[in-house]
Design a protein around this ligand. Structure first.
Ligand SMILES: [Fe+2]
Length: 270
């Protein structure tokens, strides 16, 4: 049995050193879940879990979202493998998954299978920490504000071609309005921002966009960000309820392939 957790940076992340056999036990998975909530992102270098082991870990940590093949969703821009690859290009911008829903996914587990020669590294920004360290004046200014989130706005910002088919797909997701500051049942607070944050409800549009941009820049400054440089077999888990993420652009046809497992949300935006 081997288990060690080392912080990656002060403001975000931990590297877990363990082996699959140790990890896939109830007690250790519960410990990993606690560390995830505490640190935002967990990295397991070259753990090389099989799909089945990844799904087992997900089930030990929460409730698996049924997607892809038996819970494994294959992330790739290869058009032979993914007919919705345009949509995935939205992940090149900072975002939170699931802002078009009331309850966003709790966490995602991602294993690197085939990497790109260029780009494709993933960055994570801790919005719990970013909120905590905002000047009090800004905390007061943004408390009570509500933000309109739009899939269409995020896709246009990601420069995805607004074809008729794309637009009609984007519009299948109605806009959602969430509090800018999410107070979780734990009492912790995070910021609900990203490329999908269109504008602030009831505020002049340009002023709202400027404020959202300012908060995004604050949250994605180096001290709150962990950048993961992938090696095949790495497993990365992030808490989607408080951590923004993005992937550095990579060539569409480079064959990059990641296996993702998603844990269902346990708490609505509030
Ligand atoms: Fe994402």
């Amino acid at each position: 049995m081997m288990f060690d957790a080392l912080p990656l940076k002060d403001g975000i992340g931990a590297e877990i050193r363990t082996d699959a056999e140790t990890l896939l036990t109830t007690d250790i998975a519960a410990k990993v879940r606690r560390l995830l909530i505490e640190r935002g992102v967990l990295v397991f270098r070259k753990l090389a879990l099989t799909d089945e082991q990844q799904v087992t870990l997900a089930n030990l940590m929460g409730s698996l979202r049924q997607e892809g093949e038996k819970g494994i969703y294959k992330i790739t821009l290869d058009k032979n493998a993914n007919e919705r690859r345009d949509y995935l290009k939205g992940s090149f911008l900072w975002h939170i998954d699931g802002t078009h829903d009331d309850v966003p996914p709790f966490a995602s587990l991602l294993t690197g299978i085939t990497l790109s020669q260029t780009g494709g590294q993933t960055e994570f920004a801790n919005s719990y920490g970013a909120f905590e360290e905002l000047p009090q004046q800004m905390k007061d200014r943004i408390s009570g504000l509500r933000v309109v989130h739009s899939v269409e706005v995020s896709m246009r910002r990601a420069d995805i071609e607004p074809t008729e088919a794309n637009i009609s797909f984007w519009r299948r997701f109605p806009d959602k309005t969430h509090n800018l500051v999410w107070t979780h049942t734990s009492g912790r607070k995070s910021l609900v921002i990203g490329c999908h944050a269109s504008h602030i409800d009831g505020m002049e549009k340009a002023a709202g966009e400027k404020l959202l941009q300012e908060l995004l820049e604050w949250t994605t400054q180096s001290r709150f960000v962990y950048r993961h440089e992938w090696t095949p077999g790495d497993l990365v888990i992030w808490d989607n309820t408080g951590v923004l993420h993005r992937v550095e652009p990579y060539p569409l046809d480079c064959g990059r392939m990641m296996h993702r497992t998603t844990l269902l949300g346990e708490e609505a935006f509030a």
